[in-house]
Ligand binder design. Structure first.
Ligand SMILES: C[S@@+](CC[C@H](N)C(=O)[O-])C[C@H]1O[C@@H](n2cnc3c(N)ncnc32)[C@H](O)[C@@H]1O
Length: 214
């Protein structure tokens, strides 16, 4: 049975891409290309895009891994995944599949991915769900492979900030503000070589790190 949050995202999927286009200054999907490039993938690699939504990042990853590679877009919202499939069909990508699951319990074998990304979604996970998702990402990545996390930078305009925090409150992610200020050190507990950079649009931050040996 769907949770209320899944239902919310199912409905949101109908207008999600249009809202993102209006809200962000993200000309030509530069933000999604930015995270895909930092994922450090090669031709033939296998990648996972967590909380993929309408698949904007996953489609960019699929371009990076080429026809011999493979990309899975995972999300718990069926509505979002339907939009992601439509997007992949439009650009004729065969190396892309979707999986409906919760980010906190990944239905994959250990060490099976060469890269994992997650864009603008991790902060929305609830405390324990987020901790489990971090452990799951570390489990499914092969040693030396990269986890790339993109999150919103603190909105500059007061009204946008207010709207942002109200949305987080209703989604139930009460510790999201704390996570958004400490994500580097939180990821540092599971990954090494943590690096943080701002996106070209200045609206998002990208944090990435690699899985250690063993
Ligand atoms: C704000 S959207 C971001 C979508 C996409 N990554 C992007 O950058 O456009 C957040 C996405 O996370 C998904 N999501 C939220 N909580 C989740 C969970 N616990 N497990 C799997 N997906 C989840 C939602 O269904 C939604 O598609």
């Amino acid at each position: 049975m769907s949770s209320l949050r899944q239902l919310y995202y199912d409905l949101f999927s109908e207008v999600y891409d249009a809202i993102i286009r209006l809200h962000s200054r993200d000309v030509g999907s530069s933000l999604r290309k930015f995270i895909a490039e930092k994922a450090n993938l090669s031709r033939g690699d296998r990648a996972l895009d967590l909380c993929t939504g309408t698949g904007s990042v996953a489609v960019e990853l699929a371009e990076q891994v080429g026809e011999k590679g493979f990309v899975i877009g995972l999300d718990f919202s069926r509505g979002m995944l339907e939009k992601a499939k439509e997007k992949a069909l439009r650009v004729h990508l065969n190396q892309f599949s979707v999986v409906q699951a919760n980010a906190s319990a990944l239905p994959f074998k250990s060490s099976c991915f060469d890269g994992v990304t997650c864009s603008h979604a991790f902060y929305e996970l609830r405390g324990e769900e987020r901790n489990k998702a971090i452990n799951e990402v570390a489990r499914v990545l092969r040693s030396g492979a990269r986890f790339c996390l993109m999150e919103h930078a603190k909105p500059e305009k007061a009204w946008v900030r207010l709207f942002f925090y109200i949305r987080i409150f209703f989604l139930g992610a009460r510790d999201a503000r704390k996570f958004l200020s400490e994500e580097g050190s939180i990821l540092g507990e599971r990954f090494k070589n943590i690096t943080k950079v701002m996106s070209p649009t200045g609206q998002s931050k990208l944090i990435y790190g690699e899985k250690g040996e063993g």
